[in-house]
Design a protein around this ligand. Structure first.
Ligand SMILES: Nc1ncnc2c1ncn2[C@@H]1O[C@H](COP(=O)(O)OP(=O)(O)OP(=O)(O)O)[C@@H](O)[C@H]1O
Length: 865
């Protein structure tokens, strides 16, 4: 029988790729002959075969790309979303936390009720997983274990916000959270104010104690795995008992010196010592003020003042790349007072406690002497003897707040992408969001080694500790920077299984050839001669900002057999994420598969819809209005600003430097918390068992704005409600070009994909001083090699191409033409590129996010805010 044209073109691409043997081509041919001949039905199955049996990380990425293009040529994006580059394997999926949980609740009445509300009998009824993936067609209409789990996930996600009284007890039981007194119920709603709803009322909990005593941790599994800067193979394992002992001792010392509730700043890198310190502060009932050690003295001062810090824990220096960078010096500068002064020095208003960067040594000789009143780490630890009962008491009898949901354990600062950073308090309950997301979305299990390079100054630092420890896993911490080959060697030697990243790290690895260099260094005997073996990585995570699909396709291809990148979007003020993926969903790069557990997501209506009386265009995963449904049917896509239904466990209820209600709720539409009574025209479910007492009417609460733009696409999966999501950046970064709203991220993706010399782009809309429609300005960073050609140049269509000294006008004009072409081809022919500037790098804030507002502000014309 003749192969279909589609199958023949896949076979041709394989033959031309030079990536496979005659035997492999013959195997593919056998596979193709058993398939339908249509891309939509066969693409995933063919891709699974090619990635598991043929493609290797050693093949040129261009070969991976060419084969993916051939396999997914004609893929119906409108009907099925972006093509998946990783597909779950049923045998592997059956081992995930979520699959096991679904199995464990299968016969519980609340679960049966949830299934019935969603018109499902038993999602898991198709039977045990099929260990042979080649006989499990992904798109088969017949029920499969995979479609059963996906359907189970959909019901679970809905039940998690519909019926918190049933969902949370089951989730907390599974997580094994060690409450000193269990909660009386999941949620006490307030009739009008989301900031006065109370989660887990009546419970007694110290979250650090719970993390340190997680009953699910396998014996012998370390709490932390650490390697110092530049020595990625020199692993230090810190056992749970050891970490608990160190944290308890620190807590006892803190109690000697500070009152419970005292705000104590941590201004030092993440390490075993600072991890113990963080947990010790929380054990002692104090509040950690998180300040990234990259911040300047001035920024430290602002944060100390805002939080009212009475102490700051710091290091003498930070050791990075073989150099010692002063840190205590910045504290002295930031807090006032002078170091080493005897007479006349101003007494510091904030006491500094100073650790040595290399713990086994004393304070670095390059560090200045301490100010009067400041303490060395050794003196601080001598405040109690670790063998004293005071120390062990700190763990057995930690500080137990009256109301854990309102007691602040940590003040974190948002990145300030859109304005002044917000000072966000985390309570003892916020880390339950970290733990739940890690469990459900990133599949962190007891014994899993999790790495996510960050610092205690950003939410992903505390997130990492809680996500690993509350799930009985290990947090992997590297003392050096994550951008180079040494970090990959650390991943290999620590056997990191869940590796979280941010897009700028991946970009640096790709363009800096980090994998090749790491392999070469390892082969050359650097780092003790251990070979580079990244087969340990089960999945990647990504957060922080919108990622570039091509970079993430590249990342997936770096592990033999491909591994998924689970996008994770949320915010410091949520303690975790609201959109993500799971190991049960197929993974397309830079795409989210689902709202997280407990998150009820909608897209706010645009002006036209709002005028017609609709609040939302998407609600609970379905178009909320007939016109939205029609738009979705036409293009397979809807986009808009995300809003979330409150309350959701983890959401902040207070800001230190802003009016919380005004920032998140003022002017937002009201909704009712019970399904069927809300905005969703599609929801016809009966009310759940116990979201509110039978006597009180369902409260009408305002929706919570988050400020992100999201596109919703159809997705590969069973049932009519299979959607995937794609981040379009912050709403503040959207612009209106000729009457059409478009986000910076969409424009940037089009330019990076369409102009091969461009490594990075930032798009900003500027209202011209004379008025009129917004103009599109593009800032481009060129790939190495292309850099010289246009560096520093700029071209503007208004006044003709102009270039800075050293740049060729013609080259910049040519770049502008190619960007225009890319935008026209991929987005809209009406979008006009007004100006292109080639820059050496994009402005980024301390958490490495692109600051488009700075670019806007630096341009002539009226800045859009
Ligand atoms: N995986 C992701 N994909 C796309 N964007 C993401 C992702 N993860 C996080 N983000 C972006 O980061 C934001 C959360 O970061 P953070 O809490 O630091 O606040 P911020 O918005 O950067 O700063 P600020 O609130 O001060 O302006 C999200 O709202 C989203 O815009």
């Amino acid at each position: 029988m003749q192969l279909s044209t589609y199958h023949q073109s896949v076979l041709n691409a394989l033959l031309e790729s030079g990536a496979c043997s005659a035997q492999q081509v013959a195997e593919v041919e056998v596979l193709l002959r058993g398939l339908t001949g249509e891309c939509a039905a066969d693409g995933p199955e063919i891709w699974r075969h090619i990635t598991s049996r043929i493609l290797l990380p050693s093949h040129d990425f261009a070969v991976h790309q060419r084969l993916a293009a051939a396999v997914y040529d004609n893929w119906p994006v409108a009907a099925l979303g972006r093509p998946p580059l990783w597909l779950p394997h049923p045998a592997e999926a059956s081992e995930t936390n979520v699959a096991r949980f679904l199995e464990s609740i299968r016969h519980e009445p609340w679960w049966r009720g949830a299934c019935a509300r969603h018109g499902v009998t038993d999602p898991l009824c198709p039977g045990p997983p099929n260990p042979n993936p080649s006989t499990t067609p992904t798109l088969s209409p017949a029920p499969t274990p995979m479609s059963g789990w996906l359907c189970g996930w959909r019901v679970l996600q809905a039940a998690s916000w519909e019926d918190p009284e049933a969902f949370w007890p089951a989730a907390l039981r599974t997580l094994g959270v060690a409450f000193s007194r269990p909660p009386a119920r999941a949620l006490q709603l307030h009739p009008a104010d989301p900031d006065r709803c109370t989660w887990l009322p009546g419970c007694r909990l110290n979250i650090a104690a719970a993390a340190l005593t997680c009953p699910r941790a396998p014996p012998g599994c370390p709490a932390l795995l650490w390697a110092p800067d530049g020595r990625p193979g020199q692993l230090v394992a810190v056992g749970r008992g050891e970490l608990a002992g160190r944290a308890a001792h620190i807590a006892a010392c803190i109690r000697r010196r500070f009152e419970p509730g005292s705000p104590l700043a941590l201004y030092l890198p993440l390490s075993p010592a600072s991890a113990a310190l963080y947990l010790g502060c929380v054990l002692a009932g104090c509040c950690v003020v998180s300040v990234a050690d990259s911040f300047s003295a001035g920024e430290l001062r602002t944060r100390l003042a805002l939080a009212g810090a009475v102490g700051v824990f710091t290091q003498d220096v930070v050791l990075r790349g073989g150099r010692a960078h002063p840190l205590y010096e910045k504290v002295v500068e930031g807090c006032g007072g002078s170091a080493g002064g005897s007479g006349g020095a101003a007494a510091p208003s904030v006491v500094a406690i100073v650790m040595p960067a290399a713990e086994e040594e004393g304070l670095s000789p390059s560090a200045p002497p301490l100010r009067p009143g400041d303490m060395s780490w050794a003196d601080f630890l001598a405040l109690t003897d670790p063998r004293d009962t005071a120390a062990s008491d700190s763990l057995q009898h930690p500080f137990l707040p009256e109301d854990p949901s309102a007691t602040v354990t940590n003040i974190l600062f948002s990145s300030g992408t859109t304005g002044e950073p917000k000072a966000i308090p985390w309570s003892h309950l916020t880390p339950l969001r970290c733990a739940l997301d890690a469990w459900a979305q990133l599949d962190v299990r007891p014994g899993t080694v999790v790495g996510w390079p960050s610092s205690l100054g950003w939410m992903m630092g505390p997130w990492l500790l809680y996500a690993a420890l509350l799930n009985g896993g290990t947090a992997a911490i590297y003392g050096g920077a994550p951008l180079g080959p040494d970090f990959l060697r650390f991943v290999s030697s620590a056997r990191v299984q869940v590796l979280g990243l941010v897009p700028s790290i991946v970009r640096a690895w790709r363009h800096g050839r980090a994998f090749e260099r790491a392999a070469a260094e390892a082969a050359g005997g650097a780092g003790g001669g251990a070979v580079l073996d990244l087969s340990c990585v089960r999945l990647f995570g990504s957060t922080g900002e919108a990622s570039a699909a091509e970079d993430y396709a590249w990342l997936m291809s770096r592990i033999r057999g491909y591994r998924p990148v689970i996008e994770y979007c949320g915010g410091t003020e949520i303690g975790g994420g609201f959109l993500s993926g799971t190991l049960l969903h197929p993974c397309a790069p830079s795409t989210f598969s689902t709202p997280t557990l407990g998150a009820r997501l909608l897209l706010l209506a645009g002006e036209a819809e709002a005028e017609a009386g609709s609040t939302a265009i998407l609600w609970d995963g379905a178009p909320a209005t007939p016109s939205a449904a029609a738009a979705a049917a036409r293009s397979g896509m809807l986009s808009g600003e995300v809003a979330l239904a409150a309350p959701m466990l983890g959401m902040s209820q207070r800001l230190l430097n802003r009016d919380h209600y005004k920032v998140y709720y003022a002017g937002m539409p009201l909704y009712r918390t019970l399904p069927g009574a809300g905005l969703s025209p599609s929801s016809s479910s009966p009310p759940p068992s116990s979201s509110c007492s039978p006597t009180c009417p369902p409260p009408a609460l305002p929706l919570r704005r988050h400020g992100d733009e999201v596109a919703v696409l159809r997705a590969l999966g069973p049932g009519p409600r299979a959607w995937s999501y794609c981040a379009l950046g912050r709403c503040d970064d959207t612009m209106n070009l000729g009457g059409i709203k478009v986000s910076s991220v969409e424009l940037e993706r089009a330019v990076v994909a369409g102009v091969p010399v461009v490594a990075e782009a930032a798009a900003v809309g500027v209202a011209p001083p004379q008025g009129g429609p917004e103009q599109l300005h593009l800032f481009l960073v060129l790939k190495q090699g292309a850099q010289q050609q246009g560096a520093g140049g700029s071209s503007s269509s208004g006044s003709g191409p102009s270039a800075a000294p050293g740049a060729s006008e013609a080259e910049v004009a040519e770049l502008q033409r190619r960007c225009q072409q890319a935008v026209r081809d991929q987005l809209n022919p009406l979008f006009k590129v007004s100006r292109v500037a080639v820059v050496a790098s994009l402005p980024r804030n301390a958490s490495n996010k692109v600051m488009r507002r700075l670019l806007r502000e630096g341009l002539p014309g009226r800045a859009r805010m």
